[in-house]
Write a protein that binds this ligand. Sequence first.
Ligand code: 3PG
Ligand code: MG
Length: 444
Amino acid sequence: MREGASAAALALLRAGERAAKERQHLPEGRSRLGDANEKTGTMPELRTLDDLDVRGKRVLVRVDLNVPMKDGKPSDTTRIDRVAPTIDELARKGARVIVLSHLGRPKGKPVAGYSLAPLAPALEKSLGGRKVAFARDSVGPEARAVAAKLEDGQVALLENLRFEPGEEANDARFAKALAALGELYVDDAFACAHRAHASVEALARLLPAAAGRLMEAELGHLAAALEKPERPLSALVGGAKVSTKLALLGNLVAKVDSLVIGGAMANTFLAALGRQVGKSLCEHELAETARAILASAAARKCAILLPTDAVVAAGLEAGSAAHVVDIEAVPAGEMILDIGPRTAAALAQHLEGCRTLVWNGPLGAFETPPFDSGTNKVARAAAALSKAGKLLSVAGGGDTVAALHHAGVAQDFSYVSTAGGAFLEWLEGKELPGVAALEAAAKA
Ligand code: 3PG
Ligand code: MG
């Protein structure tokens, strides 16, 4: 299934010139996509907007508008901006567009702070002023009335799907009630593809279904980075805990030529190798697991790159005196809060020898300067190589995007995913229910 999904995704990337247009440059002279696609002739392809005749039809579009909110307004509109092209294309083609999303985790009942109402004006803005009607329920009388009133080219947004218990339960009746609002289904919510929820999974089986442009771009770029990559392929994994990324590390060592480990999770590996890590965040109880990952990497000839120096301080408080030490000399009373300058320079050089990079997680406590220095330096090196067409860099997951924005280089990566959890599950090699449902729909 997963093989099929990635083949389908590669085929998508070729088919969807727009997917590339949607975002960022693939390095010049990269023949990978063409080559890979030649092998996918008999593999299933996902349907796209190109395969739907949408004029005059009610099209249900699942997007991920799960954006951070502050004072009742979105504080970051990236996810809204990234789905706008799909909604705009459908409207321009004369569809009657019904937008579906969740926000937060209201757990099956209406919660005022999680209403999608404030996102209607935000979406209008993203759509260049195109009007967005709002219905204060998702399968109730208001949704039905708003859907019925839509004319060709008009857009409506329904209330938070997670106000209904049927959404997270993947409930067939709830999915049917959604399906009754429209005639076609478009899934543009890659960031929700790891959730087998009604609007992502069951609904895809009830109406003719296709992937939206963002879904195409996400799947295409992830496949290009991990399934049929140009080598050498490196993965950079940071963040706090090994425990949350065990499956991911296990899957990556089987696929990549080198694995860079940074962030607090590097401390767990360093400790497992007998280094003193002082007061650093460290999962000492995972020493055995860390050694098993290292052994598996060695068996598969995957090089592991760990820090050789570190920035340490007595604590994370801004202003606590930070200094650089060799990794063999971490003081007992201090903690590692970033990779050191020698490590950062070595990683920048390492990237020069790579053709593809998958990045997940920061290398240090980047939210608190000066512990952002290592992440900044390595991110800037990756961005510069990508911009020069020498590296295909794909980044995603939780803190990662924030770290790249902080470094000021997100726009220079080859591709930045909108997904958090779904990106991680993809890196783990798991089947994503939302993608599987689209695949099944394409075969039906
Ligand atoms: C996300 O932001 O990861 C997606 O919108 C899914 O949200 P969830 O983690 O609450 O299911
Ligand atoms: Mg999540």
